[in-house]
Design a protein around this ligand. Structure first.
Ligand code: SF4
Length: 237
């Protein structure tokens, strides 16, 4: 991979072509967290940290039947919510964030999830990623680019950013892409990360942006090397 900086105009053109191809490939991409309203999406997004969407959806199926609004979550007795969300991992922190955010929504926002980045960031346990998910998916507001682990990894492989920090990656992507692409671009990159550009075994051969990706050769070579070392018999015993 070259260490030379790509001229900004070339980078912008390449980024837009990546957006266009991913849009064609993943036209139906959407948020995989099951929810019926902004509050449910907020809770599901908090639970999704370090956890699969499948697991979160299993847990929220029961949770959303029991807790009908912010006041219910805020009033959940100590230990009960923790038990109910335990399988999503980091359950104590997540329960604290859910209770804290829901208490603030109930008391300061009349039980409704606020619709601005500043107000969302004031809720306990809510950082930019969660706020962007809620604003983009629940309200259709392009406040920024959702940067999860897939977006972080693939944006770097595609050399749309050289940053490692999610806030800086978001800043780079937002500077490159038109705001009307931000919401869907995140969903599509996440789908791409699950289906094709899989961590540690990217399927570059079947990737729609392979000719636009500076990491294609390196990633494909790594994947090939891993496949062949996994297939070769143990040499010593
Ligand atoms: S070419 Fe390979 S590394 Fe690049 S985005 Fe596609 S799958 Fe990922």
């Amino acid at each position: 991979m070259s260490s030379r900086r790509e001229p900004v105009e070339s980078l912008r053109r390449r980024a837009l072509e990546i957006v266009r191809r991913l849009a064609r490939e993943y036209a139906d991409a959407r948020c995989a967290l099951t929810h019926e309203d902004p509050l449910q999406l907020l809770v599901a997004t908090i639970l999704s940290a370090q956890c699969t969407d499948v697991r979160v959806n299993l847990v929220t199926k029961e949770l959303f039947r029991k807790y009908r609004g912010a006041r219910d979550f805020a009033a959940s007795p100590p230990g009960v919510l923790e038990r109910e969300i335990r399988s999503t991992g980091f359950f104590r922190n997540k329960a604290r964030s859910i209770r804290g955010a829901c208490a603030a929504i109930a008391t300061r926002h009349g039980g409704k999830v606020p619709r601005t980045m500043d107000e969302l960031l004031e809720l306990p346990g809510v950082a930019r990623k969660t706020a962007n998910v809620v604003l983009g998916t629940a309200f259709g507001i392009a406040s920024g680019v959702v940067v999860d682990t897939h977006v972080m990894r693939i944006a770097r492989l595609l050399r749309l950013t050289r940053e490692a920090n999610p806030v800086r990656i978001e800043r780079d992507l937002a500077a490159l892409l038109p705001p009307e692409t931000w919401i869907d671009f995140s969903h599509r990159l996440i789908w791409h990360g699950r289906r094709v550009c899989i961590a540690r075994r990217p399927r570059c051969d079947g990737c729609v942006v392979v000719d636009l990706c500076p990491s294609a050769d390196v990633a494909a070579a790594k994947a090939r090397a891993q496949r062949s070392s996994a297939a070769s018999p143990r040499s010593s015993r």
